[in-house]
Design a protein around this ligand. Structure first.
Ligand SMILES: N[C@@H](CCC(=O)N[C@@H](CS)C(=O)NCC(=O)O)C(=O)O
Length: 238
């Protein structure tokens, strides 16, 4: 628990490398990975321009957007003509390109490997299992399957193990893995669909990370989007 409560960032709002341009981010507030990328931009103090892609209305399928990202997913950034989809790739790029130090994505091979593993975990376990359980409600207004709820709860147990005895999701420093993980945990919590507080270490990490991210604009970026998703989920369930 070396760095409990310490936010290892110099969170200035101006970065010399950004002097003459802003980064476009294709974004929708209800999209967890979009919020992870945007909150990181805020944490790094990067000038940005939000371009809303309403995935609920299918705007990601517009031919202009498909040209930008053939995968038709958000988030995507456009940094002076450099176009990059996927929140994980985006966060890695932004830290490498603009952060004042490597604390959010360490260069040390072992520390870096752990961050990458956690990002793959979020992409390969937490995100698909979140979608599997919540999509039937969002799409058809029916409850997700018990089996999918069990799998999601199993994922929380895995995360609970990861954060046991350490402050952050990928070790003893806040990293981009915390941004990725909290984007989904905050959304699921706002849905009230699972008992996250039953997983004590995970719940403590959630509370601590929220507080640590307040100065980046957590409430405005993360909480607001999670609540918007949660409100829609609850209204569909009725
Ligand atoms: N691994 C990707 C996942 C992106 C993703 O699936 N985004 C969803 C919104 S949460 C999306 O754009 N869905 C629209 C679609 O697939 O057509 C990331 O981290 O950026």
């Amino acid at each position: 628990m070396e760095s409990e409560g310490i936010v290892p960032l110099n969170n200035s709002i101006f970065n010399a490398k950004m002097a003459n341009h802003t980064i476009d981010i294709y974004f929708f507030t209800m999209s967890p990975p979009s919020r992870a990328a945007l909150l990181l931009m805020r944490a790094l103090g990067l000038k940005h321009n939000i371009k809303i892609v309403n995935v609920l209305a299918g705007e990601q399928m517009n031919p202009e957007f498909i040209k930008i990202n053939p995968l038709h997913t958000i988030p995507v950034i456009n940094d002076g003509g450099f176009i990059l989809p996927d929140s994980n790739a985006i966060m890695k790029y932004l830290v490498d390109q603009y952060a004042k130090d490597d604390s959010l994505f360490p260069r040390d091979p072992k520390k870096s490997a752990i961050v990458i593993q956690r990002l793959f975990f979020v992409s390969g376990y937490l995100f698909p299992r979140f979608v599997a359980y919540h999509l039937p409600t969002m799409k058809d207004g029916v409850k997700g399957a018990e089996e999918d709820l069990n799998k999601l709860n199993e994922t929380f147990s895995m995360m609970d193990n990861y954060v046991q005895g350490q402050t952050w999701f990928a070790g003893n420093n806040m990293t981009v893995a915390d941004f990725a993980a909290i984007s989904l945990i905050s959304t699921i919590y706002a849905c009230g669909s699972c008992d996250i507080s039953a997983h004590q270490n995970l719940f403590q990490w959630f509370q601590k990370t929220k507080t640590a991210m307040e100065s980046f604009g957590y409430d405005e970026v993360m909480q607001a989007g999670a609540e918007a998703f949660g409100a829609l989920y609850k209204s569909r369930l009725k």
